[in-house]
Design a protein around this ligand. Sequence first.
Ligand SMILES: *[C@@H]1O[C@H](CO)[C@@H](O)[C@H](O)[C@H]1NC(C)=O
Ligand SMILES: *[C@@H]1O[C@H](CO)[C@@H](O)[C@H](O)[C@H]1NC(C)=O
Ligand SMILES: *[C@@H]1O[C@H](CO)[C@@H](O)[C@H](O)[C@H]1NC(C)=O
Ligand SMILES: *[C@@H]1O[C@H](CO)[C@@H](O)[C@H](O)[C@H]1NC(C)=O
Ligand SMILES: *[C@@H]1O[C@H](CO)[C@@H](O)[C@H](O)[C@H]1NC(C)=O
Length: 505
Amino acid sequence: MRGALVVIFQALLWPVVSASALFTVSLQESVYEAELHGDVKLVCLFSKVKSFSDLTVIWSRVEPKPAEDVYRLERGTENHNYTSAAFIKRAQLIQEQLNENRAVLLLKKLRIKDSGMYRCIVKEGDDGDYKQVTLNVTAPYTPIKKSIMKTGQDEVELSCESQGFPSAQVIWSDGQNTNFTEMSNSSTRSTDEDLILIISKLTVKRDLVNNYTCSFLVKGEIQQTATFSIPDDLLPHSSAQYAWIVAVVLVLLAIVFISVFLHRRKNGKKNRRNESKCAFLFPHSSSATADSLLTVYENRPQNCDINSEETAEKLLSLRSALMRQYSELDTNAEMKSRLASYALLSNEGQSLNISSILPDKKEIILLLGKPGSGKTSVAQILSSCWAESTTTDPFNISRLQLVFQVDCSRAKGDFFQVIKSSVSYEKPLDVSELRETLLGSTDCLLILDGYQEGNKDLDETLEWFLTERQTCRVLVTSHPGKCPALEKNVRTVLQLIQKPEKSGS
Ligand SMILES: *[C@@H]1O[C@H](CO)[C@@H](O)[C@H](O)[C@H]1NC(C)=O
Ligand SMILES: *[C@@H]1O[C@H](CO)[C@@H](O)[C@H](O)[C@H]1NC(C)=O
Ligand SMILES: *[C@@H]1O[C@H](CO)[C@@H](O)[C@H](O)[C@H]1NC(C)=O
Ligand SMILES: *[C@@H]1O[C@H](CO)[C@@H](O)[C@H](O)[C@H]1NC(C)=O
Ligand SMILES: *[C@@H]1O[C@H](CO)[C@@H](O)[C@H](O)[C@H]1NC(C)=O
């Protein structure tokens, strides 16, 4: 009974089963992966057919819903009437492959949304079969766009941006492989092309030296990485303008540093003697620095330092000319004995060491003395002491770069012309260079011997010089009452007197 039933069923079913077995569709591959903007060929294989004019091939995308018609060949004729707009002109059947019993759908200019399940139906007459394949369209993640933004006093936010498909995991680590991912914050959005744009941010300390790497992982595989070197990357990734400012600041700092360094080297002493036309040294209250005449622009650019070799050479040449000039003034032995005959008094009448006569850097000392008190002698002792670089240097003056001793009694013209004419120099001395030197950071001493006010040109340019100069030490000798403006403004006024036993000039 049972066996009979089976036989009956078999008899009933056989024609059907054998018919579908006659015409079948099979696959080469069931999953295809292709890249955005690329092409892909989806392949269905079918049984031999007797006549291609009776062949129907229908490709449609069945997932995601709703299903869309992709391509239709009906009994040998293409029909685009049902084709979905998204696939028109991008989908075609490769005709030549039909002869090899392959229904090959060529999809061009792939889009992310083309991903899904495709079904091919192939029929010859009323016999037919179908199969389904999966297409995944992907887009590799683009090279990472890095950026750094200052977010706090000592914090910066590192940011990595890239887009691709499908979604990626962004992982952060540092030079020691510490996992910073938990501290990062990623945001995603989808682009016009349905890509996933991911921006991942990590906030770190800006002064902590470290490397931070962001990696974009797709299905566990690293597609892109980028590394920040902190603090090295802070500059290049800031705006060009910011980098500019930093560069300028660095250069300025370097200049300030060099000029401070040079100042230091040149500063530091005071002593000497000198004699010009005024004769007396008066009391001396040896604090030096500025008086109201002397507002100082500490930040003016240095003028005569080691700016260039040429400048340095000129300075040396001027220095040796001056030294030659002053070395004839005095002898060491004479100097010692003569110095002993002078006494220096402060404004308050306090007795000072003779070495207090050398002004500090940027200081002005006004040395007052009656005619015959020895001011010019002391001025000469100062300059010859400098010129001879003797071991006895009670003023510690030999460290100065330049000493100008100027006889103001014969002064003609403005201040710089007066200085110029006081120097016996083989070559013509360039006034503008002299001016730069005196105004700049060269440690020099200017002795204006026998100065008295009244020469308008000289008074005005001197006042200007005293205000503008950067470093130059100035010692002015004069008779009491001959330079009231200076006396009023200069803080350090000393008096030179001669001890009874000896006599100065
Ligand atoms: C496509 O549609 C038009 C009008 O709807 C019809 O005339 C034409 O025959 C159709 N083409 C095919 C191949 O069926
Ligand atoms: C294709 O894409 C689906 C959905 O995005 C995914 O689950 C599947 O793993 C992908 N297959 C391949 C081979 O990439
Ligand atoms: C950062 O990376 C650079 C280059 O790979 C390496 O030379 C440096 O030692 C690293 N620094 C740290 C703190 O890991
Ligand atoms: C880092 O941490 C993240 C999330 O906490 C995790 O997914 C990832 O696998 C970790 N990576 C490494 C290299 O440990
Ligand atoms: C991540 O960023 C979003 C938007 O800026 C913010 O609302 C959220 O609090 C942040 N999360 C963390 C853990 O920082």
